[in-house]
Design a protein around this ligand. Structure first.
Ligand code: NDP
Ligand code: 8X3
Length: 253
């Protein structure tokens, strides 16, 4: 029987790479995001390439009613969800606490924290009924060490860390695994979004370093979800070789 994975934020970056990796391995893949055209194109691409079922769900994770409606719709289409990847998220801006934009802070808190909580609240009861499942939260090195001007983004990722630990304790009694994967800098659309479409500034982030790629995270996630039933990776931090945490990195020659 095919296993089912639900990935938030699959229209770009890590989420898209995870969707492709799991489709390649025969999973039924539920992809989500706000950009409907990208969801449609990804569904067509993955179904044609791998002959699997891909279910697109277009919604905003910040809206609890949209999240609830999407999961209700999904339940009409699949019997179970084996893996939930809470990946949708972003950084908006980079500035000190006395100068940051309130709107940027709100979008990060609403997406990275509230969106993750809304999704988990909808999917965890399904996993509880199945008495199995795996929740993977995409945290960050920024959720382990704060950095200059990162204040609210870092705080949202520290919150993801706390929620992952708490969810693991709550789900333990049902045999549900909970893992956090905390990447360091990775070349996705992340910096383009943080710098609000400034391509030069975004590209500058990765100049002189060889950052993680989305496929690296997809490979790591694939490893985490394929361990024997008694084995759970709880917390995994991964950076490129030239970065040891969110603050310290060397530039390659
Ligand atoms: P991308 O910008 O490439 O992808 C982000 C994804 O999140 C998109 O698919 C986007 O879809 C989705 N998303 C954003 N806001 C919403 C929303 N309100 N509702 C639904 N979906 C949303 O970034 P990454 O792949 O790099 O980021 C994925 C996760 O990894 C984030 O949580 C990020 O914080 C984290 N991370 C990233 C690192 C990096 O350096 N790249 C390092 C560490 C962690 P759409 O716009 O279509 O809605
Ligand atoms: C993304 C990594 O260091 O740019 O979470 O904040 S960093």
């Amino acid at each position: 029987m095919s296993r089912t994975i639900l990935i938030t934020g699959a229209t770009a970056g890590f989420g898209r790479a995870i969707a492709e990796r799991c489709a390649k391995e025969g999973y039924t893949v539920c992809i989500t995001g706000r950009r409907e055209e990208r969801l449609k194109a990804l569904k067509e691409e993955l179904e044609a390439k791998y002959g699997v079922r891909v279910i697109p769900l277009c919604f905003d994770v910040r809206d609890s009613a949209q999240v609830a409606a999407a999961i209700t719709e999904l339940k009409q289409q699949v019997d179970r969800i084996d893996v939930l990847v809470n990946n949708a998220g972003l950084a908006a801006g980079l500035s000190t606490i006395d100068e940051g934009e309130l709107a940027d802070w709100e979008v990060m808190i609403d997406t990275n924290i509230k969106g993750l909580v809304y999704m988990t609240r909808q999917v965890a009861p399904m996993m509880r009924e199945q008495a199995s499942g795996h929740i993977i939260n995409i945290g960050s090195t920024a959720g382990k060490t704060v950095y200059r001007n990162g204040n609210v983004y870092c705080a949202t990722k520290f919150a993801v860390d706390a929620l992952t630990q708490a969810t693991r304790i709550d789900m333990l009694q049902y045999g549900i695994k909970v893992t956090s994967i905390n990447p360091g800098m990775a070349e996705t659309e992340f910096s383009l979004v943080r710098y609000k479409g400034d391509e030069e500034r975004a590209a500058n982030m990765y100049k002189g370093v060889r950052p993680l790629q989305a496929e690296d995270i997809a490979d790591i996630l694939w490893y985490c979800i394929n361990l024997p039933p008694h084995v759970c990776i709880n917390d995994l931090t991964v950076t490129c070789l030239t970065q040891v945490n969110s603050v310290y990195h060397i530039k390659e020659a």
